[in-house]
Design a protein around this ligand. Structure first.
Ligand SMILES: Cc1cc2nc3c(=O)[nH]c(=O)nc-3n(C[C@H](O)[C@H](O)[C@H](O)COP(=O)(O)OP(=O)(O)OC[C@H]3O[C@@H](n4cnc5c(N)ncnc54)[C@H](O)[C@@H]3O)c2cc1C
Ligand SMILES: *[C@@H]1O[C@H](CO)[C@@H](O)[C@H](O)[C@H]1NC(C)=O
Ligand SMILES: *[C@@H]1O[C@H](CO)[C@@H](O)[C@H](O)[C@H]1NC(C)=O
Ligand SMILES: *[C@@H]1O[C@H](CO)[C@@H](O)[C@H](O)[C@H]1NC(C)=O
Length: 486
């Protein structure tokens, strides 16, 4: 028999084996999701457009199946079908992972779309809320409001899912005051790799609880969160200082002023701030949670001479949250699927950028070929409550970060070009501190990172790898950068 024929026969046998495992998977899932649940497979009508719905168009994926369970029991049944047949599993909540990790991040995963898990209740004796993990942030805000004027920290994009957001960090305008979204979690219900449904908290399954608060996608599927809530913040001032065009020196000087003002350790936790660089514009914006008089007393205005400024006073929380969703960078990017690439970097109070590095950054940014006019770099001021929690308390490790960088490049016409990627890489290289291990935000997934897990979970990675060995030794729950069993 010729070598070619042998090779063809082997290939044929392998694809027959794949076909039969896919048939077994199919019948198992169809049986698991008979009544209210639903399942879709490649080849089904509108599979990509209505069932898969990739968010980052640069990473097209074909999952082996997309399932829509309607209960924790159905989630468990789907996990069992996938695990028994050797398929990786990823849950999808809002589907806003930059690497399409809610779809598995590579072809051939079984996707557990959680959109039917919408349970909500409020215990008005202690103001603890129970939230189904398919709930989008816009509905979290509305339901907490309706249940007694309550709130919790989370990001500003209403289309993000609580499942992927509460489990990786979840930073937003109130996180300096109340902590990140995951700091609100008191208990979860989670489906494990062996398809058991368990509850995890400080009292039971502590290791799983710890891992879920920062790295859940490699450990299980959270079906329900129990969270602490806060009274909605009352009056708040939304401020903005803008410099249109401006010289490189003016821009660098504003950045230095911003960094110096915000990193003062005595600054109130009620102040949130972001500095955004767009093509031709620098924007310093944020929210102060207090009255207009208190805001004026902070004297921020005098810090940023030569800018156009505005301040809007909000008395109602829902109005403020709706306004956040309209921010400039969000409008460019927002909830619409696009071809894009993003990176992150960070600074602690001990390794902030020097004046010299800031000058170099602006010289580079103002002269580089970016390959697109649609790019932006966001510097998020953090610290406060998020830094008051020990870095070993939850899987989320980067507690000491005071400024996060997020950079984005978008192509509306097709795939992101190498020039676009190079621009973000070079900015990161210029600004990232070299005296400590590189720290990336696990919520801004960067699929091009070689050592993603180290960058996302830092010093907490060894413990995650140990827990992984105990609860998911066969790596059922995985994406290209999730922790591996030690
Ligand atoms: C426009 C936009 C704005 C953003 N703004 C912010 C911001 O202000 N602050 C911030 O912190 N982040 C922000 N992010 C990042 C965002 O928090 C992450 O992308 C988040 O992981 C998205 O969650 P998702 O449920 O929408 O995505 P998905 O793609 O559904 O999930 C993301 C990851 O979480 C896993 N996952 C989802 N549900 C569960 C579950 N129930 N149990 C276990 N694992 C689960 C998935 O498998 C996947 O690996 C923003 C993202 C976008 C696109
Ligand atoms: C302030 O706004 C005016 C009117 O829009 C504009 O012409 C001017 O360039 C702006 N100045 C700065 C510093 O951004
Ligand atoms: C950095 O620049 C700021 C503003 O220009 C200045 O006030 C500060 O003294 C400089 N810092 C150092 C260490 O030179
Ligand atoms: C499932 O896995 C968990 C975590 O490892 C373990 O505690 C539990 O006993 C397992 N359940 C079954 C039925 O094997």
């Amino acid at each position: 028999m010729s070598a070619i024929r042998t090779a063809l026969l082997t290939l044929g046998a392998a694809s027959a084996a794949v076909a039969s495992s896919h048939d077994t998977l199919k019948s198992c899932l169809k049986y698991a999701l008979t009544d209210s649940g639903k399942v879709a497979f490649p080849g089904d009508l509108l599979y990509q457009a209505s069932d898969v719905q990739a968010y980052n168009l640069d990473i097209p994926l074909t999952p082996a199946a997309v399932t829509f369970p309607a209960s924790s029991q159905q989630v468990a049944a789907v996990v069992k079908c996938a695990a028994d047949n050797g398929y990786p599993v990823q849950p999808k909540s809002g589907g806003h992972s930059y690497g399409n990790y809610g779809l598995g991040g590579v072809d051939g995963a079984v996707v557990v779309d959680l959109k039917n898990l919408q349970q909500f209740s409020m215990d008005s004796t202690n103001w603890e809320a129970t939230i189904g993990s398919g709930t989008l942030l816009r509905d979290v805000t509305q339901r907490l409001h309706d249940a007694g004027g309550r709130a919790m920290s989370h990001g500003t994009s209403p289309q993000i899912g609580s499942g992927g957001h509460f489990t990786i960090g979840g930073l937003g305008p109130t996180s300096r005051q109340f902590g990140s979204a995951l700091d609100h979690i008191l208990e979860v219900e989670v489906v494990l790799a062996n398809s058991s449904i368990v509850r995890a908290s400080e009292k039971e399954n502590q290791d799983i609880f710890w891992a879920v608060k920062g790295a859940a996608s490699g450990f299980g599927i959270v079906t329900e969160f129990k969270v602490r809530t806060e009274p909605e913040p009352g009056t708040a001032v939304k401020y903005e200082y803008t410099l249109k065009v401006g010289t490189t020196e003016q821009r660098a000087s504003l950045f230095k002023q911003w960094q110096a003002y915000m990193t003062n350790p005595d600054l109130t936790w009620k102040l949130a701030s972001t500095l955004t660089l767009l093509e031709d514009t620098l924007i310093i914006s944020g929210t102060f949670f207090g009255t207009e008089e208190e805001y004026k007393a902070l004297g921020i205005g005098s810090q940023f001479p030569g800018t156009n400024s505005s301040a809007i006073v909000f008395k109602d929380w829902l109005g403020l949250v709706a306004n956040w969703a309209e921010d400039a960078a969000m409008e460019l990017f927002g909830g619409v699927p696009a071809h894009f690439y993003a990176k992150s970097s960070s600074w602690t109070p001990q390794n902030l950028m020097s004046n010299e590095t800031i000058d170099k950054m602006f010289e580079f940014v103002d002269s580089a070929d970016k390959g697109t006019p649609i790019w932006f770099i966001v510097f998020d001021f953090e610290g406060g409550y998020t830094s008051s929690v020990p870095s070993t308390a939850t899987a989320y490790a980067h507690r000491d970060v005071i400024i996060w960088l997020q950079s984005y490049t978008v192509n509306l016409l097709g795939s992101v070009s190498q020039t676009q990627v190079d621009f973000l890489d070079k900015v990161n290289k210029l600004v990232t501190p070299t005296d400590v291990p590189y720290a990336a935000y696990p919520g801004y997934v960067d699929p091009r990172l070689d050592n993603g897990a180290e960058a996302y979970w830092g010093s907490n990675l060894p413990r995650l790898e140990k827990i992984k060995r105990e609860v998911d030794p066969d790596n059922v729950f995985r994406n290209p950068q999730s922790p591996q069993a030690a």
